[in-house]
Design a protein around this ligand. Structure first.
Ligand code: ATP
Length: 150
């Protein structure tokens, strides 16, 4: 359809989203950026974040984890570790994940210098886990606000 994009989000276990949209805002690894119909072809890395899109005039949000996005022939194809619509997000699970990650970060004590590789990796994993949990909670909360407004 003219003036529309196909937005498809693929994760290891399912197609999280396959919709016709007016615009997409991707959480790029170097910052968020927008895609409109007739965008030039490109491939880029995406970060843990909120993928925003406008479907039939309604702004919507999807949680996405790390991956890649390809834009080609009015199709935005996102392949990522996880993707969830706000209503699919289990709030209790995200809160439990947030708590675990915070405990891992708080329990580290004074880091050795130079930090051993294993410890540095644990730190990065805990930070990424915290980012996923907080972003899931944010996606859920902002969708709740949209519902109240409409
Ligand atoms: P957890 O610590 O709760 O496992 P995680 O951030 O490590 O969270 P991921 O590796 O991002 O989890 O995702 C693993 C799978 O679980 C994916 O299929 C993802 O969609 C799903 N998932 C993870 N957390 C949630 C959540 N809070 N609500 C719904 N699905 C979730």
């Amino acid at each position: 359809m003219a003036g529309q994009l196909t937005l498809r989000v693929i994760t290891p276990d399912r197609i999280a989203l396959d919709v016709q949209v007016e615009s997409v805002r991707l959480p790029g690894a170097d910052g968020a950026f927008g895609i409109l119909p007739r965008h030039a072809p490109m491939v880029t890395a995406i970060a843990i974040g909120e993928l925003r899109y406008v479907e039939h005039g309604t702004p919507k949000t999807l949680f996405v984890s790390e991956g890649f996005a390809e834009v080609r022939e009015n199709t935005v194809r996102v392949v990522c570790e996880a993707g969830e619509r706000p209503e699919e997000i289990d709030e209790q699970r995200a809160r439990a994940s947030e708590k675990r990650a915070r405990e891992r970060l708080a329990g580290r004590g004074k880091p050795a210098s130079p930090m051993p590789a294993e410890e540095a990796l644990d730190l990065l994993r805990a930070e990424a886990s915290l980012r996923r949990a907080l972003t899931r909670l944010s996606v859920q909360t902002s969708a709740g606000r949209e519902r109240v407004r409409t």
